[in-house]
Every structure is written in structure tokens, then in C-alpha cells.
Design a protein around this ligand. Sequence first.
Ligand code: DX5
Ligand code: ZN
Length: 221
Amino acid sequence: AVAVEIAPSILGADLGRLSDEVAVLEAAGADRLHLDVMDGRFVPNITLGPDVVASLRDRSRMPFEAHLMVEEPDHLLGRFVEAGCQRVVVHAEACRHLHRTLATVAELGAQAGVALNPATPASSIQHVLKLVDLVLVMTVNPGFGGQRHLASIVPKVGQVLDLADRAGQSVQVEVDGGIALDTVGPVVRAGARAVVVGSALYRHPGGVVAAIEEIREAARA
Ligand code: DX5
Ligand code: ZN
């Protein structure tokens, strides 16, 4: 069995009680907090910025990963690292100069991640694999939680891993979108070693603790 990291997305939480909700996720054994940052341009929704992240930082010991669903995010990279994010994930589709943007994240001392929307091929990141620690494969079109998992995109996990293998690089593949008890198994069997979970945590009748435990169990490859 392999260990799969569970990174809850706070998007489905009660954002009016954000720090309490983060504490619940931490107590439930989450491995990392997935912070969905939306700018209203790259995606048709707006969520939180670096100041909110900074205010959560001293209330949690979890590593923070910022998922920047932000058009041209260069000007915000330093803000999220300063706010306490150990990992910053940018979208390949949002960066005019993706190679330079990813190099900048690493220069800032954070782990660099690149996210791929469903329509974006694995081959699009062939020339930046050396710059990333993580590839975030989106199995929903970004912008909202609670959307249907696009199972047809899961093979991209293997395509990314093959590309990395051929390039002699090791990357972690994380899958984001519609992860639940019934979808996490195929995603892990495809090679993902981290999953983002949002709405499935909050709609579980047993609560967040039970949800994380059951998804972790279902994730054992
Ligand atoms: C969507 C976000 C995802 C989303 C996951 O734009 O990037 O992280 O919040 O939520 P679920 O698990 O409900 O699809
Ligand atoms: Zn996300």
C-alpha cells in the first residue's frame, strides 16, 4: 500500500468560521491545506488572498499549498510565500512565461507546482518538469467546488508520470476535483500520490474526520 496525501480544500467549509474549520481539518489528520485562490478573471469566482492566508498561518501547523487560479500570477507569488505557503501552484494556462514563473517560485524558496485544466495536454509541461515538485491534474474545470469528477481526464496522471520518467525527473502528481470515495481509487491506481478533497468532506454524514479516514482507506493503492 502506498501513502496518499489528503489535502482538503477549504472551499466547501463555512468560510464565516474559517480558522475554526482549518483547526477541524488539522485535528482530522489532513496532510496539507489546499487554499483555492480565485481572482474572478482566470475563473469566474473570487475567494481569498494572501492576507487571509497570513491570518491563518499562525493558527495551523499544516503545510499550506496555494492553488492560484489567477491570471498572470507573477506579481502575487512573493505575497503567498510571505503569507506562509510552502507550495505555490500556478496554472500553465494563466502564465505567459510559465518557465520563468515557476523558476521564480523556487527562487522564493517555495515548492513549485503547475496545474493543468482538463483540456490542457500533459505535453504542455514537458519543458518545465525540471522546475516543478508537483503537477496538479484538474479533474473539474476550476472555479467551484462540488462539480462532477471528469473520469476521462484521469489517464493524464499516467501521461505526466511517463513524461517525467522519460525526462529523468520525479514529480508528485496530485488530482483536484470531484474526489470522493468512489473516485479516489482509480486516481491513485493511475499514479496520483496526493488528492485534493473539498465537497466530499463536507457532505459526509459522519463529518470531516470520518470522511478523511474513509477516503484515506479508499486511497490505498
Ligand atoms: C476548483 C478547486 C478545487 C475544488 C475541489 O476550482 O481548485 O480544489 O475546490 O472541490 P471538490 O472536491 O468539491 O471538487
Ligand atoms: Zn484547487
